[in-house]
Ligand binder design. Sequence first.
Ligand code: PRX
Length: 655
Amino acid sequence: MDIETLANLSREERRFAPPAEFAANANLTAVAYEEATRDRLGFWEKQAERLTWDTRWDRVLDWSNPPFAKWFVGGRLNAAYNAVDRHVEEGAGDKVAFHWIGEPADDARSITYSELKDEVCQAANALVDLGVQAGDRVAIYMPMIPETVVAMLACARLGAPHTVVFGGFSAEALASRIEDCQAKIVITADGGYRRGVPSALKPAVDEALAKLGSRSAVDHVLVVRRTGQTIPFDEVTDVWWHELVASQSVEHTCESFDSEHPLYVMYTSGTTGAPKGILHTTGGYLTGAAYTHWGVFDLKAETDVYWCTADVGWVTGHSYLVYGPLINRTTSVIYEGVPDSPHKGRWWEIIEKYGVTILYTAPTAIRTFMKWGDEIPAKHDLSSLRLLGSVGEPINPEAYVWYRETIGGGRTPVVDTWWQTETGAIMVSPLPGVSDAKPGSAMRAIPGIVADVVNDEGASVPDGTGGYLVIREPWPSMLRTLWGDDQRFKETYWSRWEGMYFAGDGAKKDEDGDVWVLGRVDDVMNVSGHRLSTTEIESALVSHPKVAEAAVVGANDETTGQAVCAYVILREAAGDGGSDIVQELRDHVARGIGAIAKPRQILIVAELPKTRSGKIMRRLLRDVAENREVGDVSTLADSTVMNLIAVGASTSAED
Ligand code: PRX
């Protein structure tokens, strides 16, 4: 974030105190901060009691071999039992777990806890038939349909860690994830709906497996029929969900697993080309997801209708669409499609129809709605809403205030929640019944979490100063390692300062000590709340036969937060690349990673700015991409290079 934005943030003086009634009934009060400070581990033990354990732990935390933590040591439990079965056993079987809404109008289904339990048991039995055992990995590549949640829970029930790959990722991205975790089964669908049109998924699985050949450990592909479109189907490896799952018994006795048994692997972008497999385990992760979902969203399970708009292919979908809400016996909404299909008021229509009380979404969506105009939400009764949440990237104060006023009618607290795939659960956030929220600030570490902002030496910075956001003490839902790469885990997160987890974000403590997250300080971009690595996109570009070299930066973007801007040097043999070169390269990136990684802008240039040691100076490229005066060029090997790039920039195509 630049100096100007920083200065603007520090001028932000609006404060929003919780409404009195909200504060009086809040799940978490100021006392929780004191309690957790006095006895942090005792506080977490209390939170772990939200779960039903077959065997209670005998030690809260084993931190004898940092950074490898063990939480609730000796405890045993089953994740799916906690999410589903116990609610049915306690008499809540008829409560709706999910109101699922398909993208095509009138395509909807409400699923009770007892129906969900039956389907999860059937799917678990089906997976057993396919040879899945505890510890086996299962890849899930699905649209936002109920079967996706059922598939995740069936895996969890069997102790088979799932790895959900976002349906927007390409065959290539899917292949690298299937290979890295050596998945045994892939669960997918023929396709999903996207803006009213069936969009195929299964062919990407076939392509991924063909590409991997003998490097794949996949025995079977289980396919849900969602769109009914024609897809290739192999009678030996492919199995229809409706044939195998529907015929299974609804009885399945689940086993309990060690608290540290792997629950899932979620791949996310790092600073190198290879995505990192973030490993989350069972007891601690579920404790973190359930506690934060209850506390930060002030969940009243009996009356709330909760909607997290994230795709289940991201960590937000895991913690706040599946595990947190189900553990807390919530009634949630799941929506399959995009916000503007069939019209731009679709979300508000859903909120009105289902009486949604809590909405959790991303700043990029909020900014898009702002752009579309106030008259669209104004056509709907949104008075059921009582709390709004934001996640995934810094929310600018204007978007925050718009969200609060236009969607929340000026009465709803807004929680700006900072966390990461790695942290598993919300870490820094206002408490809706306690905090005098400041638009743009994630405020303070929630009770139980010890966060800080430090300088280059790792020393805590005084109030009113910027630095790096770190976590000083282990927490239950922390990642345990990177799948198959303990060394990279240590180096990436724990090597910068002794004993501290470094998240990769810059932050500022204001005069009151409240935290303002400023965004990544590494080569990771945040586009529409999704993490993308500059290196990963550069590698995708360089794999094109016409490309010699590429440099990628994230430039500020009014709607998506950051946008991908690529600078490309073509190979000599490619000449000027042809008139469609920009489109060709954008499509190439989409094939390599997924449509979300498509550069907004590609500039064909003759040179790239490099230091004498050959490092690309992305800072200068960001200046160009953001139409700023180019900064200090004194460390460039050739200081005239920027003139060439500026010329290139003004003449290049953009779409
Ligand atoms: O840069 C921070 C940003 O998103 C990153 C984590 O991305 P990911 O692992 O994909 O998880 C997204 C959903 C939790 C962080 O390093 N980020 C997330 N939430 C916020 C945020 N930046 C500012 N404010 C937030 N509330």
